[in-house]
Design a protein around this ligand. Structure first.
Ligand code: PA5
Length: 435
């Protein structure tokens, strides 16, 4: 179980505060699991994890094996909830440089359709030069502009390179079972396709084929991921007290918000966690930021961001709280060696491991920020493995649903996202948006 420690927030809230919010947390969790709250037609994610391997998981694995055998590169097209989860998972498990020295058998994985940058497109074309590649196009609505443009370009490229029937074997569509342009195209063109359950909203879809196909192509064991999520579903939905870390996190972040802490920084000392922070940022930002309310979620990486955001956190406006995520150190250690001249003055660390230094940096930062009036929630994830990944995804999704109901907003819509699209379509002259 993930351990949430709130011993470093007591300066900012009291036991009576915490006890007072317990009923609200309990109600929010019940509203979620009984499906009686706003947006209750989007609760499919709550019961997605399965203990057994499903037929769909077998089909995903078979597609992934085919892609791995035939492709130097796998391009995953999607944006928002159709992109952040798989990228977060792959970078957390395999590091930011996971693509180096990869090819057929264990392909490189690039993400596209998450930007309108021509430079990024040109870079992708360079990366694909002379490489065999396959494409997954992911869009729940099937109509989102950024992925649609990227897919049109990559499909053209695939068809030029492999012919129409060769390209067909290299395109995988992940979309709604019935609706949208992508569903219609997949059915008409005969591409292999997977379904995003209509009742699982984009940012809650990582444990569907949206996340599972890219993860399987990356060589991550999706049965283990699902098993971790399944155990999380069982455990975190059945413990109805503050012993449940979901309750503690959701309750405390809402209390801090009520006390004027409107910004939450989720941070880890793992560079591979940065994109996971991006996934979390979208999950909480799009779910809670509405009706003039919401905690502004910011993802940061320590220690690098201590050299950029550290000053602001330590002495800027006191409207921030932090959630620090820790993992067990890996087995393979780096030991600092001695140097007989010691010109860099590092001999005092001779024989110590990098983990040891990292731990002290963490403890030192924690003490400094708490002294500076910043409440810090700490999360001990334990060992990082495929199962833990599934647990973490389910844990944060559940925290988000509970927290948003405490805040009294509908976690499952995103009406604000449409505003920029409407303006853009009007400027682009899209039929139907002239007025
Ligand atoms: O969480 C959401 O619903 C959004 O972030 C969507 O995932 C994002 O807008 C992409 O939408 P679609 O999958 O329909 O292309």
């Amino acid at each position: 179980m993930i351990k949430v420690d709130i011993s470093n927030v007591w300066g900012q809230l009291s036991l009576p505060d915490l006890l007072a919010i317990e009923k609200e947390v309990s109600n929010a969790h019940m509203t979620l699991t009984q499906g009686t709250g706003a947006g209750n037609d989007f609760l499919g994610w709550l019961t997605l994890p399965t203990a057994e391997e499903t037929e769909e998981m077998r089909r995903i694995q078979a597609a992934a094996d085919r892609i791995r055998a035939t492709s130097d590169v796998f391009v995953v097209i999607g944006i928002g909830g159709s992109y952040l989860g798989p990228r977060a998972a792959i970078e957390l498990m395999q590091g930011c440089n996971h693509n180096i020295n990869k090819g057929k058998g264990d392909p490189q994985i690039f993400f596209a359709g998450n930007t309108l940058s021509t430079r990024a497109w040109n870079e992708l074309l360079r990366l694909l030069e002379g490489k065999d590649f396959s494409v997954a196009v992911i869009s729940k609505s099937g109509t989102t502009t950024e992925p649609a443009i990227a897919f049109r370009g990559l499909r053209w490229l695939l068809e030029r390179r492999y012919g129409t029937s060769g390209a067909k074997k290299r395109i995988y569509a992940i979309t709604d079972p019935c609706k949208g342009a992508l569903r219609q195209m997949a059915d008409e063109e005969g591409w292999e396709s997977f379904v995003i359950p209509p009742a699982a909203g984009g940012r809650f879809s990582v444990l569907t084929p949206v996340g599972l196909l890219p993860l399987a192509v990356a060589g991550i064991d999706i049965r283990q991921v699902m098993s971790g999520a399944y155990e999380a579903m069982e455990e975190y939905n059945n413990l109805r007290s503050f012993e449940n870390p979901v309750w503690l996190y959701a309750g405390v972040r809402n209390l801090l918000y009520r006390n004027g802490k409107a910004i939450e920084i989720l941070e880890s000392y793992e560079p591979g966690f940065r994109m996971f922070g991006g996934w979390w940022q979208q999950l909480f930002g799009e779910s809670e930021g509405k009706d003039g309310k919401g905690i502004f979620p910011v993802a940061a990486e320590f220690t690098p961001d201590l050299h950029s955001l550290g000053q602001m956190i330590q002495q800027g406006e006191r409207n921030i709280f932090e959630t620090m995520v820790r993992f067990d150190a890996p087995d393979q250690k780096m030991t600092i060696m001695g140097d007989y001249k010691n010109l860099d003055g590092l001999n005092y660390l001779e024989g110590k491991t990098l983990d040891f230094v990292d731990e002290k940096a963490y403890l030192g930062t924690l003490a400094a920020h708490v002294d500076g009036g910043v409440p810090v929630i700490t999360m001990d994830m334990g060992e990082l493995n495929d199962k833990k990944l599934g647990e973490m995804f389910y844990f944060f999704e559940l925290c988000c649903g509970v927290s948003a109901y405490i805040l009294d907003v509908n976690p499952f819509n995103q009406p604000g996202v449409e505003f920029y699209k409407r303006n853009m379509f009007q400027l682009l002259g899209k039929p139907g948006y002239e007025a």
